[in-house]
Design a protein around this ligand. Sequence first.
Ligand SMILES: Nc1nc2c(c(=O)[nH]1)N[C@H]1C(S)=C(S)[C@@H](COP(=O)(O)OP(=O)(O)OC[C@H]3O[C@@H](n4cnc5c(=O)[nH]c(N)nc54)[C@H](O)[C@@H]3O)O[C@H]1N2
Ligand SMILES: Nc1nc2c(c(=O)[nH]1)N[C@H]1C(S)=C(S)[C@@H](COP(=O)(O)OP(=O)(O)OC[C@H]3O[C@@H](n4cnc5c(=O)[nH]c(N)nc54)[C@H](O)[C@@H]3O)O[C@H]1N2
Ligand code: SF4
Ligand SMILES: [Mo]
Length: 746
Amino acid sequence: MSEWKTSACILCECNCGIQVQLGGENDREIVRIRGDKDHPASQGYLCQKASGLNYYQNGKDRVTSPLRRREDGSFEEIDWDTAIAEVSQRLLAVRDQHGGDKIFYYGGGGQGNHLPAGYSTGIRRVLGMQYRSNALAQEKTGEFWINGQMFGNHVKGDFEHCEVAIFLGKNPWHSHGVPRARAWLRDFSKDPARKMIVVDPVATETAKFADIHLRVKPGTDAWLLAAMVGMLVQQEKHQVDWLRQHATGLEPVLEAFAHIPVADYCAIAGIPLEQAQQAVDLVSGAASVAMFEDLGVQMNHHSTLVSYLEKLLWVLCGNFGNPGGQYIPASLVNIAGSGLSSRNSPVVGAPIISGLVPCNVIADEILTDHPDRYRAMVVESANPVHSLADTNRFAEALRSLDTVVVIDIAMSETARQADYILPASTQYEKWEATFFNFEFPDNYFHLRKPLFEAEGDTLPEAEIHARLVEAMGAMPEHLCGELLAALEEGGRNAYRERFMQAMAEDPSVADLAPVILYRTLGPSLPEGAAAAAPLWPIALGFAMKEPASLSRAGFEGDAFSQADALFDAILAGHSGIVFSRDDQDSSWSRLGNEGRVRLDLPAMLAELEVLAQPPALPTDEEYPFVLMAGERRDYSANTIFRHAGWRRKDPAGALRICPDDASRLGIAEGGRARITTEVGSALAPVEITERMQPGHVSLPNGFGLDNEDGERSGVAPNELTSLEHRDRFAGTPHHKFVPARIEAVA
Ligand SMILES: Nc1nc2c(c(=O)[nH]1)N[C@H]1C(S)=C(S)[C@@H](COP(=O)(O)OP(=O)(O)OC[C@H]3O[C@@H](n4cnc5c(=O)[nH]c(N)nc54)[C@H](O)[C@@H]3O)O[C@H]1N2
Ligand SMILES: Nc1nc2c(c(=O)[nH]1)N[C@H]1C(S)=C(S)[C@@H](COP(=O)(O)OP(=O)(O)OC[C@H]3O[C@@H](n4cnc5c(=O)[nH]c(N)nc54)[C@H](O)[C@@H]3O)O[C@H]1N2
Ligand code: SF4
Ligand SMILES: [Mo]
């Protein structure tokens, strides 16, 4: 057997450390996988999904050569020089004819790979691309916006140390999001001093661990949370002294919640008043409360308002900057962002949060004759045809563009709509990393070394982007020569000085920095880690911003030496390293708003008025059910695996429905049902289960991929979802609340 090599699982944001043995023909397969005990966050933990990773590395539909679309829609192989030259020419032509703001960038990273987004700043600068988006703009932007206003930063709950844990529309048993989630859930629930509240219409695996399961009616969380905040305020259970010291805008909030009809709102949400009261008492009586809101509320009615209410609930009880409450993580690269752009999206006029155009408006900004419509798109490391609402309309939008370039490892549903497919090496064939680094008090970064040589004619994104910038004539070759000379003669110090001088002279150098670093500093890095070169200025940025956290993590000296030491440790630390060690003050020093929490958000307080109207419950005769389109389950992982063989159970992705609904509709266990929505219709096998409540059905996330061999397993959820149903603030979709009709199929 071969030696154990280290890497990470790439299936969810936890990116647990793995150790693998390679085997099979030419050692091209991952044959054994175990948890890496040296990984500082996962400490040897893995969930059942990681064992299938060879289905990613050796899955179906791999693209191994650049491809160009022919007139008849089929693809032909071309060589890299041709591909890079033609892609560059076509994008430059769109820029010259229509303006670079008509070229849209989508994606840049999935659950395991965030280096591509870093590299993409080069072509985005050269082409003058202004608009971009990714999956965060169909889940997290509402929460980011609220966080930005209240805290001026991204906040997270400290589940490691909290007394009370709340999961709101979140099922960590399956979806993780906290390290070692299953082990954590088991340990937490055994500790009599700690309590868990789960808000979920479904009796999930996580809900079974809860001390209080608030089994809301789908889509009514805003009423429940408004009632809970109302109880706190009306019963004067909020922490007045703490709030006077650490927050602003308390009075308007107290006023707004003084007359919330608590009992009525609980009734609307389907929660007994006493149970809501128990939950409020737990929250207000606890030394610390940690909260995690996720897709159950973020892809649902009133999602931005819910984010605000959720935060009021814990912050009114003083749960920021305390052990076990919420903290602001140290960040090497802040992928969350929080600001609202001053500019809206060009056609629909949608708000742009964290620099991201809401996913649900992109197709509408293409399928129009508006002069500002997008004309071309670069999609990288994402599968928006499958993952965004209304699959068919998004595919139609892509086909109507002048030029679509997809950078992917596989022939995805999105790649099928491309004019050019540039084949990337997999995450196990190149250096990779993610910026999902949100832990506290220690925070971690893991640069992964390749396990395999690149397959066929594939290239890492770093190389693809460098070649594109070069072909566009925008690589500053003279500067690169000087940087190489400086590095050779004076080492990293001389190199740094030359680089900083160049950036001061020409602002475009900052955006080109990743490809310049890759071409100049890159070749000097150990073990061929050229693609990691952009981490060096990132380390320097962190040293300038957070010298104390860095020095507590063991990196001493002035900013330059701290940064060099951190960068070298990242390069050498194949199981991940601690880059930041915080203390309680760290969160306070990262808090915006002059060090105080801002409580009163006028737009949100005004929005409370919508709760006077009844919720959009499914009363419609045509679509009497609420369909949750995209539940996380044992064997779902976005569209990272294209080979259904990895699923050890439920390969076709059953529609889950409660026994009463099933018998009323005449559907038997093992039978099939037709699901029909405003935009589409699909067939699925049925699982009858008490976990669902009446009127609520669910389909899994990530199913229904079309393999090149003609296989399709399960329902593609976004063939059933619509672009129209979206949040009025953040534009995030209502994927967890799709009006649907269910019928038995003989
Ligand atoms: N196994 C697996 N894990 C994953 C992924 C995967 O594809 N598969 N994807 C990863 C990604 S990208 C993400 S963003 C996370 C998402 O992780 P989660 O948000 O935990 O995943 P979901 O299952 O989509 O939705 C969470 C819960 O919301 C509940 N819910 C539905 N409607 C409502 C409602 O009206 N109110 C409330 N309060 N709850 C409701 C559902 O019952 C479900 O339990 O998972 C990550 N982890
Ligand atoms: N209806 C409904 N829709 C949903 C959801 C839902 O709950 N319901 N969940 C949403 C959520 S939370 C998310 S995060 C999105 C996820 O959706 P997307 O952001 O579109 O991401 P993935 O499905 O992870 O697709 C990743 C793509 O990257 C490719 N890839 C893998 N490794 C590499 C690599 O190293 N380089 C390159 N260039 N490509 C690579 C894969 O082949 C795949 O095509 O889906 C969303 N869509
Ligand atoms: S929790 Fe599971 S899916 Fe997520 S990274 Fe760890 S092993 Fe992979
Ligand atoms: Mo996600």
